[in-house]
Design a protein around this ligand. Structure first.
Ligand code: NGQ
Ligand code: ZN
Length: 464
């Protein structure tokens, strides 16, 4: 029989740490009971360490996992986000459906082993290498749906609208031909994908790629079409990641990207502003007040030389945020939290910047904020250990040398985020009340990772 409950001596609830918590859930994996100061009923499993909520990963381009480590050399006098992007386009141009599915399956297994229990897939490679739609226009989306189902990963699928290569409607480049869809064609794809997503508990949304890639009329029509299909569907957009993009937006419209977006689009709590690195204090405050989530991807933002998100200004306006692994230069939920906090320490010359008066332990504070923001951006019930949410849980290894005998569960979570090798201190990962990772290993670990390696080998043979 499948378990329906777990007893935790320490559990991190949305309100903070609680003792002797009996967690129970139903057949669908939704939490039906969270009872603190409980006694462990006979027959119920005791968690072997503190239980924390599973982390939603709010931004992923799965195929990019295949070239991790392969763009870390200087190709021109000066390398940049834009030179990286040309290399990335080479891989995007060559990937096959089979390779995408294998890479995504391997990646999702890695994510589960690293504390992520769901992912928002910002999916823009739609067509064949010549830019022609596949016989089944949803072919590559289906690869991602199957990969998530096989790995046992929660999914929010965000098909990407991509139409232009720059502000003002400049035509797409050859390297972008696999990404391009008309607005009507995108809406037809969404219609088709909606029941397929629902059948596996995945959520469907839309990602206008960026203001560079989607002209104003298309943005308006696509949003209207999406919300006619599902009024609460999530909307994710890359915004203000690079200063060159800010300058180009200013030249085009006289406004900065976030400023333009706030004035021309109905930004609200359904939205996730991915990166949002370069905002003025005024933009930041206004954007935070819409209820939108800032989608922060600390390892990729560092890897690509984007700049540093101004967290203090965002938090001052009660801004919501979550983390994503984006290009997957790093695949580890705790590590993204650590890098985010460290970027703030380097920028402000202070410590524990993302802690608060209410929650002084920075690892605890960040975990709760990132789970809440990630769940909102995912538009799935993955907002932590509370009734009505999915039983997505991570059990820390209380016997890990860095955690053993520490006085409090906060200290153990802090040691996991700041002092351990991060992956090594994870004992179990549960998704919707089912164990997916045991003693740090997913059942599909070997098969899924060999699949990823084989697909990468093929892909590299076919990439110039
Ligand atoms: C992407 N990645 O869509 O994969 C982008 C690069 C672009 C990041 N922004 C392409 N990190 O922004 O044009
Ligand atoms: Zn991205």
């Amino acid at each position: 029989m499948k378990p329906r409950s777990l007893f935790a001596e320490h559990a991190l609830l949305p309100t903070g740490w609680a003792r002797d918590v009996l967690l129970s859930w139903n057949d669908q994996g939704l939490i039906t009971g969270v009872k603190a100061q409980a006694t462990c009923p006979e027959g119920v499993t005791r968690a072997t360490g503190p239980v924390v909520p599973g982390m939603p990963n709010l931004h992923s381009h799965a195929f990019q996992r295949a070239f991790g480590g392969l763009t870390e050399y200087r190709g021109a006098a000066q390398d940049s986000f834009w030179s990286w992007r040309s290399l990335m386009y080479g891989f995007a141009a060559a990937i096959t459906p089979e390779q995408l599915e294998a890479i995504a399956t391997g990646l999702y297994v890695e994510m589960l082993e690293a504390g992520y229990t769901s992912v928002c897939e910002f999916h823009y490679v739609h067509h064949d290498p010549e830019g022609r739609p596949y016989a089944d226009d949803a072919n590559l989306s289906m690869c991602l749906l199957r990969a998530a189902a096989r790995a046992g990963m929660g999914l929010t699928l965000l098909p990407v609208l991509y139409q232009t290569s720059g502000f003002g409607g400049t035509p797409p480049s050859v390297g972008q031909r696999r990404f391009i869809r008309s607005t009507d064609n995108m809406l037809a794809l969404l219609q088709k994908l909606k029941p397929l997503c629902e059948a596996q508990g995945a959520r469907l949304g839309l990602a206008p790629h960026s203001l560079r890639a989607v002209p104003p009329d298309s943005l308006r029509e696509a949003l209207a079409g999406l919300h006619a299909l599902d009024v609460t569907a999530p909307v994710h957009i890359h915004i203000a990641e690079q200063t060159a993009e800010v300058d180009a937006c200013l030249a085009w419209s006289g406004q900065r990207p976030v400023q333009w977006l706030l004035e021309h689009a109905p930004v609200d709590a359904r939205w996730c502003l991915v990166h949002a690195t370069h905002m003025s204090a005024e933009e930041s405050t206004r954007a935070a007040r819409t209820g939108a989530v800032a989608g922060l991807c600390p390892s990729t933002e560092a890897n690509l030389g984007d700049g540093i998100f101004d967290a203090p200004t965002w938090l001052q306006a009660n801004g919501r945020w979550g983390v994503g692994s984006d290009s997957h230069a790093c695949v580890n939920a705790a590590e993204e939290l650590m890098l985010l906090e460290y970027s703030q320490r380097l920028a402000t010359r202070q410590r524990n910047v993302l802690a608060s008066a209410a929650q002084p332990s920075v690892a605890t504070s960040m975990t709760l904020q990132a789970v809440a923001g990630g769940a909102q951006a995912s538009a799935r019930p993955v907002a932590g250990l509370a009734v009505g949410q999915q039983a997505d849980m991570v059990v820390l290894d209380a016997q890990h040398p860095l955690l053993r005998d520490l006085p409090t569960p906060e200290a153990m979570l802090s040691a996991h985020v700041f002092a351990s090798h991060r992956q090594s201190a994870l004992q179990q990962v549960w998704v919707a009340g089912r164990v997916q990772v045991q003693s740090g290993h997913h059942v599909l670990h070997d098969a899924a990772l060999s699949g990823l390696v084989a697909a990468r080998r093929q892909l590299l043979e076919n990439t110039p």
